[in-house]
Design a protein around this ligand. Structure first.
Ligand SMILES: Cc1cc2nc3c(=O)[nH]c(=O)nc-3n(C[C@H](O)[C@H](O)[C@H](O)COP(=O)(O)O)c2cc1C
Length: 219
């Protein structure tokens, strides 16, 4: 294969895409063409995976009643989550945590049943498979942003309920409902930051030299 040497401009663009990517919960009218959707799914399928196991499966939700059933599960889980919160419960309930009804495309991502791969995952089998699926989702997120489409990861659901709705096989686990589609505008910052829920950690707090970052070791 021909070696690619990226130019400074191309490097700038990829960092721009990385920093401009946002988790989106507000969507606009419009569609995602089959061509664009297939580029985004190809980006997912090009992701790294432990032992090359490719444990990702995608389900495109086309039926409105299925979308509604998924919304009901997410709302139920949002309530349960709120009930486990103490002083931030009201603040949490005001947050928008999904755009399932308004997004052009809804795609469920399912961790496939374990195929027994040992390569690279003897000590952390479930985590490494999950990490691989996350890599695929991040590829989709970046590809979507490069296509000027928003994507939002929704994880508020009981995976067993979603598995039942989507006829997932034994041993598989839905891990994401991805809302994808045109947006009016991308958020400048993570919405949770704008809403005062949390802010980004300083680099000094997350980077250690020769040992775990000191500020995060609980005394
Ligand atoms: C594993 C995972 C699950 C997430 N689940 C949800 C979710 O259910 N609802 C939601 O609004 N955002 C969800 N998010 C998005 C995060 O809230 C978001 O990534 C974070 O606030 C930072 O914002 P940014 O993605 O715009 O940088 C999820 C993100 C990840 C990586």
């Amino acid at each position: 294969m021909e070696q690619i040497n990226f130019s400074q401009h191309e490097r700038d663009v990829i960092y721009q895409v990385i920093h401009a990517r946002r988790d989106m919960r507000h969507f606009a009218d419009g569609e995602v063409s089959d061509e664009v959707l297939s580029r985004i799914l190809e980006a997912a399928h090009a992701a790294p995976s432990v032992g090359y196991m490719q444990p990702w499966r995608f389900v495109r939700i086309k039926k409105d009643e299925l979308r509604e059933a998924l919304i009901a599960l997410v709302e139920e889980e949002k309530d349960k989550t709120a009930n486990q919160m103490d002083e931030r419960k009201a603040e949490f309930m005001r947050l928008k945590i999904e755009g399932i009804r308004d997004c052009a495309e809804l795609i469920a991502v399912v961790l496939a049943p374990d195929d027994g791969t040992i390569f690279g995952r003897r000590t952390m089998p479930e985590e490494m498979a999950l990490c691989s699926v996350s890599c695929a989702i991040e590829n989709m997120w970046l590809a979507a942003r490069a296509e000027n489409l928003g994507m939002g990861w929704v994880s508020f659901f009981d995976p067993n309920d979603v598995a039942t709705l989507l006829h997932c096989p034994e041993g598989s686990k839905p891990i994401a409902l991805l809302c994808l589609g045109p947006v009016k505008a991308f958020y400048d910052k993570p919405m949770l930051e704008t809403e005062g829920w949390r802010s980004r950690e300083d680099m000094g707090a997350i980077l250690g030299e020769n040992h775990y970052p000191i500020s995060h070791i609980k005394s």
